[in-house]
Design a protein around this ligand. Structure first.
Ligand code: PEP
Ligand code: MG
Length: 577
């Protein structure tokens, strides 16, 4: 029977397909013993499951190509190593053979033992391995149970699950999954950002989904509205086809704007830079005429595996990025690991009591000896291949920028002495995403060459609303008078100094908010390439003079509803073309 389940759209696109339900692997297995005569059969069952998982991982590894092979491959290699670990295998055998435990319970005991060993270690890197153990043991456990093991071959299906990690998103996309629905999660998580970058429809925050969807149900999902329809009827299917047709028509119209300028009706050029992480993003940014790269999140390089990329590996990645943009400016952000961007390298602290307020971004870069210097060396070397700017995340005040600048100057001198060709000048800017930096900007703007406003974090820190906590509902929103006033003040201060200012948070990629950002004084935005043509279309239909004249009304809005009303009245009219 037809049912509709609400969720939140996190990555656009429509999908129609069979549901694949993945229950969480809780491993809450009750103690169960077997008889001595059952030992051999139980061991055979267990080893068959381990072998199945090994070959699943091998098959996944073989299917990966391009950037994904690099990004996801290292996780898979680590999981293969764990599955071959003699400690794990002998321990399991002994629990079944000597203690007569069933395979499931043996898995659980062995998981707890290994986790206790890793947990007791001082080294954050080793402690962080527990997640991998859980993942691997969870997969073997699922393989012991035929219905869960079916997760193989999810191609052409829509995955319904409790949660999803960025590395899984990459793998599932490579396997051909049509879309994903998760019970929790937020549209601003890294998994969501990656799904958008891969054009994979994703719906998050659909808490009823796991309870209502059954394996094999037919689903229609709409990644824009967040609507999930179970067992769609004829009307739903018709509506789905209409949406597909509209999407196609819209894409065709937008493609015409690839070579058009992002100029307002009154002739002001708004520079659209791209937020780009993968080679594909860079190619897309280039092909749709992005002014450059406004945000390259280097943490993606560090999230790929358990090794910290050395200077050479980083240099190659940054150089390729610069070469890919053929002379357009590339803004490389120094490492912003920590909080929800927990890495596998052990760099970020795993057990901070309050990670969003913890050792994150520039704080971590400065606390780990050599980390920032290596990164700056790699960036400075890449500057020999084209224009580069450096952006520092999570700046809270002047001291951090002064320290980074001092190190940058020394690194530039060292690199020049070593005989590398580099740019003479590399602009240094700050992300304005911690309220203290926004408020104190007048007293340290002269230490900066440019600023980029990170609204994703600015909203979370200004409103004390966790960007990843779906329970907060609409509380986490840029449509708050405090956010608008602060953004406006940052732009005004930057302007007064003739310093470039952009917004690189997700708000910049939503064409509905374009009038608001222009009214607040922005003339530079940085956004993912996929919505860039929509934003360009909005810019081309807006009159900047009129919007600026209406800025005081926007800044006088008293609440979200007032801002929404202003936004509704400022939407451009697009003539069919
Ligand atoms: C931001 O905070 O707005 C931002 C662009 O950075 P990130 O989403 O990587 O934290
Ligand atoms: Mg941020």
């Amino acid at each position: 029977m037809r049912k509709a389940v609400p969720g939140q759209g996190a990555s656009r696109g429509n999908a129609l397909g069979r549901a694949r339900v993945r229950e969480p692997h809780a491993l809450e297995v009750a103690e169960a013993r077997i008889g001595p005569h059952e030992v051999e059969a139980e061991l055979a069952r267990l080893h068959a499951a381990i072998e199945q998982v090994r070959s699943e991982i091998r098959a996944m590894r073989d299917q990966l190509h391009g950037a994904l092979a690099h990004e996801v491959g290292e996780f898979l290699d680590l999981h293969t190593l764990l599955l071959e670990d003699p400690e794990l295998l002998h321990g399991l055998d002994a629990l079944v053979r000597n203690d007569l435990y069933g395979a499931d319970y043996a898995l659980r005991l062995q998981r707890d033992r290994l986790a206790a060993v890793f947990e007791s270690m001082d080294d954050a890197y080793f402690r962080s391995r527990i997640e991998d153990i859980d993942h691997v043991i969870g997969r073997v456990h699922a393989a012991l149970h035929a219905h869960e093991a079916e997760l193989q071959g999810v191609a052409g299906e829509i995955l319904v699950t409790d949660a999803i990690s960025p590395s899984e998103i990459g793998r599932l996309q490579a396997q051909g999954v049509l879309g994903i629905v998760t019970c929790g999660g937020s549209a601003l998580s890294h998994a969501s950002i990656l799904a958008r970058s891969l054009h994979l429809p994703l719906i998050v925050n659909a808490p009823q989904a796991l309870g209502m969807v059954n394996d094999g149900d037919v689903l229609v999902i709409d990644g824009s509205t967040g609507e999930i329809v179970i067992e769609p009827n004829a009307d739903d299917l018709r509506a789905y086809r209409t949406r597909l047709r509209e999407e196609k028509r819209e894409r065709k119209q937008l493609r015409r704007l690839r070579r058009e300028p992002s100029k307002t009706l009154d002739g002001v050029d708004i520079r659209l830079y791209a937020n780009a992480e993968s080679r594909e993003d860079v190619a897309e940014a280039h092909s749709i005429g992005a002014a450059g790269i406004g945000l390259y999140r280097t943490e993606f390089l560090f999230l790929q595996g358990r090794e910290i990329p050395d200077e050479e590996a980083q240099f190659r990645a940054y150089r390729d990025l610069v070469l890919g943009m053929t002379g357009r400016t590339v803004t490389i952000r120094t490492l912003d690991i920590g909080a929800d961007k927990a890495d596998e390298t052990g760099l970020a602290l795993r057990y901070e009591p309050n990670p969003a307020l913890g050792l994150r971004g520039v704080r971590l870069s400065m606390a780990r000896t050599g980390l920032l210097e290596t990164q700056l060396r790699a960036i400075v070397r890449a500057s020999g291949y084209g224009p580069v700017r450096i952006l520092v995340p999570m700046v809270s005040g002047r001291e951090e920028i002064v320290a980074v600048r001092r190190l940058l100057v020394r690194v530039q001198q060292d690199i020049a002495r070593e005989g590398f060709e580099t740019a003479e000048r590399i602009a240094l800017g700050a992300m304005i995403e911690v309220p203290s930096a926004a408020i104190a900007l007048p007293v340290f703007a002269r230490d900066l060459d440019f600023v980029s406003i990170g609204t994703n974090d600015l909203v979370q820190y200004l409103l004390a609303a966790d960007r990843n906590n779906d329970a907060l509902g609409e509380l986490y929103s840029p449509l708050h008078p405090a956010v608008l006033r602060l953004v406006h003040s940052v732009v005004r201060i930057a302007r007064a100094r003739g310093m470039p200012a952009s917004v690189c948070g997700e708000i910049a990629g939503d064409a509905r908010f374009t009038p608001l950002l222009l009214a607040l004084g922005l003339e530079e935005l940085s956004l993912h390439p996929s919505p860039m043509l929509e934003v360009r279309r909005a810019i081309r239909a807006l009159d900047l003079g009129q919007l600026r004249a209406r800025a005081p009304a926007l800044l006088r809005a008293r609440d979200r509803a007032g801002i929404e009303r202003w936004l509704d009245s400022a939407q451009p009219v697009h003539l069919p073309g």
